[in-house]
Design a protein around this ligand. Structure first.
Ligand SMILES: [Zn+2]
Length: 338
């Protein structure tokens, strides 16, 4: 409430230059902009709302933490390029030296995993946080797939729920990536402190019917009309709000995949850039209106235009909800979006 606002020195946005997968021709072979993280970071910094030093830098999980997250057998399998080829779906991976794989692909993913966990911790302190990476919702204790190697979302959940000081007893995962999540679903199937709402294109990978049973509120987008802004936004909003009211979570993990964007070769959906921005706003509004901390991770969506849209969406959240106002959590009254 003070009028002598101190500039925010650190903001709860997590990024590390090491997130980016720098491979001489990966982008030519895979339909992925593997440097979207760097591009988003650049957009945020050039907004003049932040400085490069405003962001938090994560560290990768330790060996011990990884052994809690994944089976030894799975971690061992990552030493084989054939296994990695299956997870990453990049054919030439099989012939690359393992040391190169580790440095160029696994290390960025490990850093992003550390970034998701750091974002979860920061969300508890600030009320919100965004990792400019992560969201590997196909990875679980015993395996990976669909470009997801490490189960960062399961690790966030563990970090939040296992510490009683966090006072989080009900955690809601809102997964709006175009693909059905099946990593946290497998890892957290028996955890009654976790509720999963997942809206996904029902016609694409992974068709994991076992995992669907662990999604508390599955929102199957099966028709072309449901994949467009005008039907998608009201449907997803009403389902999420319904679940939110019923479950009354103390913490939200938002898997904000942008492969729902029109033109995405993998997501095969038709949301417009404005639809993506409204969608992110809807989730943040729900969390912030109720003072429930929200940690957002970026998940899939690798068209060249995604970085620009994600950057615009984050800036929209920051300005719309006055996220940089130090007293935001207590001083701000949000207008209802009716
Ligand atoms: Zn996806």
């Amino acid at each position: 409430m003070s009028n002598s606002k101190k500039p925010v020195e650190k903001v709860p946005i997590v990024y590390h230059p090491g997130y980016n997968i720098v491979f001489w021709n990966l982008e030519k072979i895979h339909p992925f902009d593997t440097q979207k993280y760097k591009r988003i970071h650049k957009i945020l910094v050039s907004s003049n709302l932040f400085e490069a030093a405003s962001f938090h830098e994560p560290t990768p999980p330790t060996e011990e933490e990884l052994l809690n997250l994944h089976s030894q057998k799975y971690l061992e399998s990552l030493k084989s390029n054939t296994a990695l080829q299956r997870i990453l779906e990049v054919p030439f991976v099989a012939v690359l030296p393992q040391i190169l794989m580790r440095k160029k692909v696994l290390e960025p993913m490990l850093l992003q995993t550390g970034g998701s966990v750091l974002a979860a911790e920061l969300a508890l302190r600030y009320g919100w946080a965004i990792n400019l990476g992560g969201g590997f919702h196909h990875a679980h204790y015993n395996g990976g797939g669909g470009f997801c190697v490490y189960a960062d979302i399961s690790m966030m959940v563990g970090q939040i729920l296992n510490n009683p000081q966090n006072r989080v007893n009900r955690l809601m995962i809102v997964d709006l990536d175009a693909h059905q999540g099946n990593g946290p679903e497998r890892d957290l199937a028996d955890n009654n402190k976790v509720l999963i709402v997942d809206a996904f294109n029902a016609n694409i990978y992974p068709h994991d019917t076992d995992a669907i049973s662990s999604i508390t509120t599955p929102i199957l987008l099966a028709t072309p009309a449901l994949k467009r802004d005008d039907q998608y936004l009201p449907l997803v909003q009403s389902k999420i709000l319904q679940s939110f009211r019923k479950f009354q979570p103390d913490f939200i993990i938002y898997n904000a995949g942008t492969d729902c964007l029109e033109g995405d070769p993998l997501g095969a959906m038709d949301l417009t850039p404005d639809g993506i921005i409204k969608r992110d706003e809807m989730v943040f509004r729900m969390a912030l209106d109720h003072n429930v901390p929200v940690a957002m991770v970026l998940s899939g969506g690798y068209q060249k235009k995604n970085a620009e849209i994600i950057g615009a969406s984050i800036l929209n959240l920051v300005m719309k909800f006055n996220l940089l106002e130090p007293n935001r959590m207590t001083s701000l009254i949000y207008e209802e979006n009716s």
